[in-house]
Design a protein around this ligand. Structure first.
Ligand code: PLP
Length: 383
């Protein structure tokens, strides 16, 4: 029997939708003008970019002028935090130790280089943020001449936990704080209406919703142009110099359209597949735990497991890989490495336990869930 290939690393990246690939290939073949050129080939590509912006804005519930295209989630997160500090808008930032490194490393850097004060919101052992603690941190600012930036992710990439961003947004509004949310894991997966949420900014990345890698966006309420962070041309209303990634932008808009239209049906499938996998694993692995708020408010496609101490614990991901199963041990950037992730560290996971994240996608099947259970049973009991 040949080794199966089971892809359960969709939170790291998703396989591209075939129709999006075709659309991008066609765009690259046919539309090569520089969107800043005034001739008709340039105007044609400019129209495609603005059409993509309009499509995405309608899907996200915002104005086209509030969306800025970037190279992905990391750039978008960096851009927002750095901008606010560079513009002298904020001198204090509130965040969480459970954020992606695109945020935590940026904040550590801003604290080091710019003397920004960073406060971390408390969380419990499931990684659920303490919103009372957030409120008491916000209350410390009253009377300050500077605004505080609150940056808290919507869906945690390692745990799947979902934050009540409407509640955080309302809290930030009552303390006049700027609220940014890294929504890289939730755009295209969870309903988002930016107009209703009243949030100031979000970041998104196309490769997390079956689109291309290397393209993403920022939503910025009111669509301010703060002046360029990347110096050069006046692209993206002077926010980000550089010739636009035309095919990427066109592909991202189409991928978002498809992801949002299939969201409800996909969600129901993910919930059922994830539960099948979870129940199957509980039956074959003794003392298995699940990380995060998996039975509460969470993304339907992420299941983070905590395996008990075992001779094969250290090599679990490699053994899964040998058996044809792609999973992650930490966040995407450290996948493959069995080093403990900063999130598991912050949750205080016992050092002898091993964390594995399975993240499901639209192509997974019930048979695959059953196969993964069998494979893990074999690895576990063969030691
Ligand atoms: C929550 C979160 N934020 C940011 C990023 C970075 O996105 P990108 O890969 O587009 O730079 C990721 C990618 O794993 C993520 O999961």
């Amino acid at each position: 029997m040949s080794t199966p290939r089971i892809y359960l690393d969709n939170a790291a990246t998703t396989p591209m939708d075939a129709e999006v690939v075709d659309l991008m290939a066609e765009t690259m073949r046919q539309c090569y003008g520089n969107p800043s050129s005034i001739h008709f080939l340039g105007r044609e590509t400019r129209i495609l970019i603005e059409k993509a912006r309009k499509t995405m804005a309608a899907l996200l519930g915002c104005a086209p002028s509030e969306l800025f295209f970037t190279s992905g989630g990391t750039e978008s997160d960096n851009m927002i935090c750095r901008y606010l500090v560079e513009q002298g808008e904020v001198q204090r930032i509130i965040s969480s130790k459970l954020e992606h490194h695109a945020i935590t490393h940026t904040l550590e850097n801003l604290a080091h280089l710019r003397g920004i004060r960073v406060d971390w919101v408390k969380h419990d052992s499931r990684g659920v943020l303490d919103l009372e603690d957030l409120e008491s941190l916000l209350a410390q600012d009253q009377g300050s001449s500077h605004r505080t930036l609150v940056t808290l992710m919507h869906g945690n990439n390692e745990l799947g936990n979902l934050l009540d961003i409407a509640r955080v947004s309302a809290l930030c509004q009552s303390y006049q704080a700027f609220f940014h949310s890294d929504t890289v894991q939730t755009v295209g997966h969870v309903p988002l209406n930016l107009q209703e949420l009243g949030i100031h900014s979000i970041s998104g990345s196309a490769h997390k919703f079956y689109g291309p890698k290397g393209v993403g966006f920022i939503y910025l309420r009111g669509g301010h142009s703060w002046g360029p962070l990347i110096q050069g041309g006046s692209q993206e209303r002077n926010m980000r110099g550089g010739t636009e990634n035309l095919a990427g932008i066109v592909g991202m808009a189409r991928a978002l359209e498809k992801a949002i239209h299939s969201m409800d049906e996909r969600r129901a499938r993910m919930v059922s597949l994830r539960e099948r996998l979870r129940r199957g694993l509980v039956e074959v692995i003794p003392d298995l735990d699940f990380n995060g708020d998996w039975s509460g408010s969470c993304l339907p496609h992420i299941l983070s497991l905590s395996f008990p101490p075992h001779p094969k614990g250290e090599m679990l991901l490699i053994n899964l890989d040998i058996e044809g199963v792609c999973a992650s041990g930490g966040s995407a950037c450290s996948s493959g490495a069995q080093s403990r992730s900063h999130v598991m560290e912050a949750l205080g996971m016992h050092p002898d336990r091993t964390a594995v994240r399975f993240s499901l996608g639209s192509k997974n099947t019930e048979e695959e869930m059953d196969q993964v259970v069998q494979i893990l049973q074999k690895i576990w009991h063969q030691a």
